[in-house]
Design a protein around this ligand. Sequence first.
Ligand SMILES: [Ca+2]
Length: 347
Amino acid sequence: MCRAAIALVTCAFAACAADPPAADRSAGAAAPEPRVNASNPPGPAPAGMVWVPGGTFWMGCENCNMPDALPSHLVTVSGFWMDRTPVTNAQFETFVKATGYITVAERPLNPAEFPGVPADKLVPGSAVFTPTGGPVPLDNPLRWWQYTPGANWKHPEGPTSSIAGRGDHPVVHVAFADVTAYAQWAGKRLPTEAEFEFAARGGLDRARYSWGNEMRHGGKPASNTWQGTFPARDAGDDGFTGTSPVTAFPANGFGLYDMGGNVWQWCADWYRPDAYATRVAGGVVTNPRGPATSFDPDEPGAAKRSIRGGSYLCTDEYCARYLVGSRGKAEVSSGSSNLGFRLVTDR
Ligand SMILES: [Ca+2]
């Protein structure tokens, strides 16, 4: 959903960037097996990053009732460094102080992009999740998402809220341009969907979650999700309603935190529901970078990137995209109160 759709009916869609290069294929190679490479890190770990050694894995979500995550197919990724947690409010604040960067949610809306919308509606803001207080049909997210003037990364629930005491929570209300600006400043990049999923699996072959096959791990909550009737009231049985500190739940097999639950995380790939179906004919795909263009039949014309991990709003009854092979999508000019990011680097 785009930033302005929540309040303003019309949307502005960012133009597509240059097409990414096509994925390499290794058609005709011997039948590969899922594996985690034994390669050592190429050097000392950059601060706050974990070496993901690369390998071959089954990418996709079998028995999830999610057609856009099918068919499951073998993918090989090279090794890379990955932030061990989502980027936190404290880290983003450091970036803003160093650069003076102003996020998309803080910028005035251009009247030319929203013809017919009254000027008093063209106010900076972002989408904030708002519990409904009682059960509602789950067919229209606008029932629980409110475009909130003054909501942004510093004021996650609106102008009277703040991130005080939440420096170790993931930054939210960041649009795609915001995270790429941060990445440029940090000298890193967004992960591809394949890199994110390989990393999230933590070396487990075709597990349902980034921590194993059960929703709870060792009898305890494994991630920050939603308990109770969505979107009426979150019981918070896992200890948190809303975001949580980025290391509040156990790391996965690669030492990565919050690869499922807490906040969605931007990936570099354009989103298309048929992305997997169009690339499985030629054998194992190596380092796929996603389709050349975006298309979401639910919002034709909206430019969307893939997002991963699900969030504190996901429950088995709605979303469920903490399932490690599942996929999400977000319009590039939009942030929201449950969407953040983390970065990777190759050296
Ligand atoms: Ca929770």
